[in-house]
Write a protein that binds this ligand. Structure first.
Ligand code: HEC
Length: 148
């Protein structure tokens, strides 16, 4: 009798568990998933207008330079970001866009052809400092410029 009761509880449990599962993701969940996807331009880009809190901050550019070596971005993008296994970040062409927000997303979310996502490893202020460094390349403010 006790045994049957236990089975009854188990069955009831699994039925309620299933009943609580939504059959389809809600529109809101689908939108959130689309925004996290690595392909730009499909979903509304909520970061599109977000400016870098460290824009024009020379000290942050220097810290970004240090982080660039520290996290071995240089290992794939080359010293001074001139390109290697990963694309050059100091030329004038961008695969995924060269605005603050686009560069931030490339770093935070990763990109499909071999760019790892750093969003779970680095705090946002470090990512923004990397963006500040990358945007300083080829400008007068670039820290630790390559020797010509
Ligand atoms: C394992 C190698 C590797 C490492 C490490 C790496 N990257 Fe990348 N990165 C790539 C590749 C490959 C791409 C091109 C991806 C693509 O085309 O889909 C890329 C793309 C990018 C882009 C987009 C470039 C564009 O043209 O739009 C940025 C910005 C970037 N990486 C920054 C960084 C930063 C900053 C770091 C360090 C925190 C870093 N990467 C570390 C390989 C790497």
């Amino acid at each position: 009798m006790k045994y049957l009761f236990a089975i009854g509880v188990l069955l009831a449990g699994s039925v309620t568990a299933r009943a609580q599962q939504p059959r389809q993701p809600s529109a809101q969940q689908r939108a959130a998933a689309a925004q996290m996807g690595p392909t730009p331009g499909q979903a509304p880009d909520t970061l599109a207008e977000t400016p870098n809190p460290f824009a024009d901050d020379v000290k942050a550019m220097g810290e970004g330079r240090r982080l660039f070596n520290w996290y071995n971005c240089a290992g794939c993008h080359g010293d001074h970001a001139g390109g290697g296994m990963g694309p050059s970040l100091r030329d004038s062409t961008w695969r995924y866009g060269g605005t603050d927000a686009r560069i931030y997303r490339s770093i935070a979310e990763g990109r499909t052809k071999g760019m790892p996502a750093w969003g779970s490893k680095l705090p946002p202020d470090q990512i923004w400092k990397l963006v500040a460094y990358i945007r300083s390349l080829r400008t007068a403010k670039e820290p630790d410029k390559p020797t010509p």
